[in-house]
Design a protein around this ligand. Structure first.
Ligand code: ATR
Length: 290
């Protein structure tokens, strides 16, 4: 922990729930490792308008935004990064003073970079490759957008056809039903749904025998770190990328936006793993007990 004093710069995460967010452990470890007098705190927020005026008046320098406020926060910004505008969601705020002392809040989206950077770090080639994305929520939208930016051909699959088709249309890509996966050939498979997450760790979004046709498989679920999907993918000989990798890389980009320097990724990854180990999950209700 830094010595908190009058010069400490404030950062944090707004959302609900945020009590069990791993972002404070990740960012505080990063600040501390570079000797930065900065602190990052979880802030449970229901009213976005009030939270935004609070961040401004309390002199915060930056914040993460998480569920359910990633879209709702946009009307309260002074500036919006063009990519965040296109995706329609913001997960990062940067606050600065203009020449007249007014606070300017700019919104960014780093989620879309997280999956790309995680795959790149695992040496998974995307350009010209066919990538199946399971899911049609906010995570699928950011991941799909990033994949197309990286030159991949995206195929969306989802339990509910309507939302899957809607996302596929937005991405200008193809939709296939989960039941049709046996007839699809592709290079990479990415799960963006919560299937397989504790306590329902037996869940798997794709029949395991289909995994051998992919060269790489990524899961955005990180509790457990090795999901059943990743376990079966390893057995099938696929390269695997876990959910902490995406969390790490979207966080590394946030760190760069806030500080202007490259993120200490190894320190951040270690903090995420330690944070994950410290959490206890209720086997009955699935929520985090501490
Ligand atoms: P996020 O914004 O975090 O991506 P979300 O908007 O709740 O979360 O999206 C969750 C995704 O996981 C959806 O695509 C959902 O499928 P539906 O559109 O059919 O609801 C998918 N999902 C969640 N639980 C699932 C399950 N048990 N089986 C299959 N898909 C599931």
């Amino acid at each position: 922990m830094p010595q908190i004093n009058g010069s400490t710069e404030l950062f944090g995460i707004i959302g609900n729930p945020v009590r069990h967010s791993l972002s404070p452990a990740m960012h505080n470890a990063a600040f501390a490792s570079l000797g930065m007098n900065r602190v990052y705190v979880p802030m449970p927020v229901n009213d976005v308008a009030q939270a935004m005026s609070g961040l401004r008046s309390l002199g915060f320098r930056g914040a993460s935004v998480t569920v359910p406020h990633k879209e709702a926060v946009i009307p309260f910004l002074d500036e919006l990064d063009p990519v965040a505008d296109k995706i329609g969601a913001v997960n990062t705020l940067l606050l600065r003073q203009d020449s007249e002392g007014r606070t300017i809040v700019r919104g960014f989206n780093t989620d879309w970079l997280g999956a790309n950077a995680a795959l790149a770090a695992a040496q998974v080639e995307l350009r010209g490759k066919r990538v199946v994305v399971a899911g049609a929520g906010g995570a699928a939208k950011a991941v799909g957008f990033g994949l197309i930016e990286a030159g991949a051909e995206v195929v969306i699959t989802n339990r509910t056809a309507e939302s899957g088709q809607e996302l596929a249309q937005w991405l200008n890509s193809e939709f296939i039903a989960l039941d049709d996966l046996p007839w699809l050939t592709a290079d990479v498979f990415i799960n963006t749904t919560s299937v397989g997450m504790e306590p329902n760790t037996e869940g798997i979004i794709i029949p395991p025998h289909l995994l051998s046709k992919f060269s790489a498989v990524m899961d955005i679920v990180y509790a457990p770190l090795e999901t059943r999907l990743l376990n079966k993918a390893k057995t099938a000989g696929c390269r695997t990328v876990d959910g902490l990798a995406m969390l790490l890389h979207q966080g590394a980009e946030q760190f760069r936006i806030w500080t202007g320097v490259p993120a200490p990724e190894q320190v951040m990854r270690a903090a995420l793993e330690e944070g994950l180990l410290r959490r206890t999950i209720c086997a009955v209700c699935g929520s985090f007990l501490r």
